[in-house]
Design a binder for this molecule. Structure first.
Ligand code: S3P
Length: 448
């Protein structure tokens, strides 16, 4: 996404309307889609992927892999084929690899490229180049890769190594991207790479490595989870069906909860326990959330989600739940603003390193919308009063898709409409968000 001509051309407005009703097919899971493209590229032969998220972030990963010599083709809607070249089979990309807004592409591809002796340069948009990369650079340096950058951020030059060493590493931050970067680099190294994960984060890389036949072992110990992967496996192509993204489903979930007399059904949503913190919390607050037809597809648990409107109470979200709901705080904050009483988010400092500083973005946006909020480095306190907030304001989303969608959800219940200055970032994770929300009755319009 090009962030020139930023103001107003891409404004979106949401306002109160009738009840929300119907069935919504939520696009494919973003995390799983990135991993499907990457692991299929590193396997030997053809993998068919069904339900790939065709959002800008995932398309960045696909383009980067194409530039590195992988043939990736779209067969039909959300159906893709990848002709994997095997671990070690990628070739030097010509030119700079442009990753747009996508932190997952940047961190995971850094792990992949650490295992190649050639030079690669990664860059991204104004949001991505502000995000920390030292968290992946540090462990990958220990494995033998070299990096050059200005203050350990993008643009980043990677000079990988054809002789990476396996690593034994305890994650200092709860980050699935860092864990995955190390696991992907570990595929190149002879012997076993071991990661200690004190706080469990999303485990899609581990599940998909298993799906492709890698030797990966997980052990839960007192110090956390031990993840061991044997290097230099032959990854075997295996069809992948990608479930709907629970992080995207969170937006219509909060909308259907808050707009009275609503009932929305979302089939095939991923219910991996490492992604369920938001749904647990919203249920504790009093939401009507039902999961039916639980089953497993391509190594991931899924179910159909039914949400009905209900009144919410404030709650305290414990710090140890943060890794299980890290992307859902902005929309949970909207729910909290409409709940009865105080909600406290604890231990949320990591949110300051996302597409924007989300702690401040949530606090500023809610305050502008008439909600009382207290912000500290690691905490947010939101005072709900069971009434719709005032609204009537404009939110500057700073290239942050989840801030954009969250405040559009708030506009569906606030007394006055809420507008966002620029909705283009929504395309990174939830293509056709506006169209889908309108299809269930949401009063959201683009204002071109
Ligand atoms: C992701 C991990 C999380 C999450 C991001 C996707 C992934 O980031 O916020 O949207 O796919 O691994 P961190 O690893 O920085 O917590």
């Amino acid at each position: 996404m090009n962030d020139s001509n930023y103001i107003d051309k891409n404004k979106i407005i949401s306002r109160q309307g009738g009840a929300l009703a119907g069935s919504l097919i939520i696009p494919g899971d973003k995390s799983i889609s990135h991993r499907a493209l990457i692991l299929a590229s590193l396997s030997i032969g053809e993998t068919e992927i069904t339900g790939l998220l065709e959002g800008e972030d995932v398309l960045r990963t696909a383009d980067a892999l194409r530039g590195l010599g992988v043939i990736i083709t779209k067969e039909s809607d959300a159906k893709w084929k990848v002709n994997g070249v095997g671990i070690g089979g990628l070739s030097n990309s010509e030119g700079v690899i442009e990753l747009g807004n996508s932190g997952t592409s940047a961190r995971l591809l850094t792990g992949v490229l650490a295992g190649y002796g050639f030079q690669s340069i990664l860059t991204g948009d104004s949001s991505l180049i502000a995000r920390p990369m030292d968290r992946v650079i540090n462990p990958l340096r220990q494995m033998g890769a070299m990096f050059h950058s200005n203050s350990e951020k993008l643009p980043l030059t990677i000079i990988g190594s054809d002789n990476l060493m396996p690593l034994n590493y305890e994650l200092p931050v709860a980050s699935a991207q860092v864990k995955s970067a190390i696991l992907l680099a570990g595929l190149h190294a002879p012997g076993e790479t071991t990661i200690i994960e004190p706080k469990i984060t999303r485990d899609h890389t581990e599940r998909m490595l298993k799906h492709f036949g890698a030797d990966i072992q997980l052990e839960d110990k007192k110090i956390g989870r031990l993840i061991k992967v044997k290097g230099q496996p032959d990854l075997k192509p295996s069809p992948i069906i990608i479930p709907s993204d629970p992080s995207s489903a969170a937006f219509p979930t909060v909308a259907a909860t808050l707009v009275s007399e609503s009932e929305v059904i979302m089939p095939r949503v991923c219910i991996n326990p490492t992604r369920m913190g938001f749904y647990t919390t919203l249920s504790e607050m009093g939401a009507s959330i039902k999961w039916i037809n639980k089953r497993t597809e391509a190594g991931e648990p899924i179910a159909d989600l039914i949400v009905k409107s209900s009144l919410l109470n404030g709650t305290e979200v414990p710090a140890d739940r943060a890794p299980l709901m890290i992307d859902e705080y902005p929309v949970l904050a909207v729910a909290a603003a409409c709940a009865k009483g105080k909600t406290i988010f604890k231990g949320i400092g990591e949110l300051r390193h996302k597409e924007s500083d989300r702690v401040s973005a949530i606090a500023d946006g809610l305050k502008k919308s008439g909600v009382r909020v207290e912000e500290s480095e690691e905490e947010l306190i939101i005072y709900g009063d069971h009434m719709p907030p005032e609204g009537g304001n404009k939110i500057f989303v700073s290239l942050d898709h989840r801030i954009a969608m969250s405040f559009l959800v708030l506009g569906l219940v606030s007394k006055q409409p809420i507008s966002i200055d620029d909705g283009r970032s929504i395309e990174t994770s939830f293509p056709n968000f506006v169209g889908l929300m309108r299809s269930i009755g949401a009063n959201i319009v683009t204002d071109k």
